[in-house]
Design a protein around this ligand. Structure first.
Ligand code: FMN
Length: 394
């Protein structure tokens, strides 16, 4: 029975070849940071308030002038096409149906225009990796023309984290099957048959027009996450010159960096350690969240991702100052198990759990969730005081 995200996670192991499964599940070094994300979330307590009218529970939230049905979005993940053909489009459609945003990765396997066309009424954010400034400019320009609503600059990948599972599996781009990989494919015939008509997915946004896959060296550079390491705070003016809409930084954990972001006119922050895939010594996202939220003091919205596996985790993050959260792996599990429907089912599980949790907490809107009202116990956040109120969107 697929009752919860953990059920989907387990099923994923059976339906995907090992190298794809390990790519999703993998973390940096020894996985300490990834485990901290989950462990610190589990250590947070929210004390219910009783005898409140919870006949109607409203999970919606307004972000940058748009209404989200849930305080939840899909985080950018590269290589969704390895999980299912056209995985980017399927996830975007699932998010659109659920009334929540989808973030498209620079490392997507479909052209950003095609993803947008597949869910034109939906909310889509474009995630940016800067490998070459010229290429990044072209992606930003295309995203602007095509109506992407926010630009998310990922700042926690100056180099790739050490993903030893991928190395052991011989996973690289362009995809070249080794005997071991070939055996992996043969033992997962359904996945292989689904992939066969299109061949191995490649990165689809690396040429100016978005047609063709870009050079082999560019493909390899993106998989190796060979970023422009000269990107600094001052470089943000270059991005701002091209992008007038909401500009967010993803991967901020330190309160001083949050203050720097304010000084540089950033519109929103995503507190994230990349799902434990980058610096294994990073704090859990949930423990970093209240410090960042306090530093920002409601001036811009703060989001969070990393380890969200239950609706109750969403409530915890909102209690500690997030306006909304994102999930990375959970919707990939759904995609792996059941395509668009599977991703939709995962979102529904999280939504139903959130409604139940809010009801149990006596919270009828997301504004009832901030910590002081619920007497949250913040072991994970040490002595840092939880923010008083939800930050307001500008
Ligand atoms: C398979 C995979 C690929 C990812 N690719 C990207 C990416 O291309 N860009 C990015 O900013 N973050 C990427 N991330 C990080 C996610 O956006 C997000 O921060 C993380 O998955 C959240 O943790 P969770 O998986 O525990 O929900 C990726 C994560 C996974 C699991």
């Amino acid at each position: 029975m697929l009752l919860n995200i953990e059920d989907y996670r387990r099923r994923t192991r059976a339906v995907l070849p090992r190298f794809v499964h390990d790519y999703i599940e993998g973390s940096a070094d020894d996985g300490h940071c990834m485990r901290r994300n989950a462990g610190d979330l589990s250590g947070i307590e929210l004390t219910p308030r009783v005898l409140r009218d919870t006949t109607r529970v409203d999970t919606s939230v307004e972000v940058f002038g748009r209404k989200w049905a849930l305080p939840l979005g899909i985080a950018p993940t590269g290589l969704n096409g390895l999980v299912r053909p056209e995985g980017d489009r399927l996830l975007a459609a699932a998010a659109g149906e659920a009334g929540i945003p989808f973030s498209l990765s620079t490392a997507s396997n479909m052209r950003l225009e095609d993803v947008r066309a597949a869910a034109p009424g939906g909310m889509q954010w474009m995630q940016l990796y800067v490998m070459h400034r010229e290429m990044a400019s072209q992606i930003v320009e295309r995203a602007r023309k095509d109506g992407y609503q926010a630009l998310v600059l990922t700042v926690d990948v100056p180099v790739s984290g050490n993903r030893e599972l991928d190395l052991r599996n011989g996973f690289r781009m362009p995809f070249r099957p080794t005997p071991r990989l070939a055996w992996d494919l043969v033992s997962h015939p359904r996945w292989s048959l689904r992939m066969a008509p299109r061949g191995a997915p490649d990165f689809a946004n690396l040429t100016p027009s978005g047609s063709g896959a870009g050079s082999t060296s560019m493909q390899a550079a993106l998989l190796a996450r060979a970023m422009d390491q000269s990107l600094v705070w001052e470089s943000l003016a270059w991005l701002r010159g091209m992008w007038k809409g909401p500009l967010l930084l993803k991967g901020v954990l330190h309160p001083d960096d949050a203050r720097m972001a304010l000084d540089h006119g950033i519109d929103g922050l995503i507190v994230s350690n990349h799902g434990g895939r980058q610096n294994d010594a990073s704090p859990s996202a949930i423990s970093a969240l209240p410090r960042v939220a306090n530093a920002v003091a409601g001036r811009i919205p703060v989001f969070m991702d990393g380890g969200i596996r239950r609706g109750g985790d969403i409530a915890k993050a909102l209690a500690l100052g997030a306006m909304a959260v994102f999930v990375g792996r959970p919707t990939l599990y759904g995609l792996a198990v059941g395509g668009q429907q599977g991703a939709a089912a995962v979102l529904k599980i999280l939504a139903d759990e959130l409604v139940r949790n809010m009801t149990l907490l006596g919270a009828t809107t997301v504004r009832d969730l901030p910590a002081r009202r619920l007497a949250a116990t913040l072991q994970a956040a040490e002595a840092v005081e939880a923010p008083d109120a939800m930050p307001l969107a500008r």
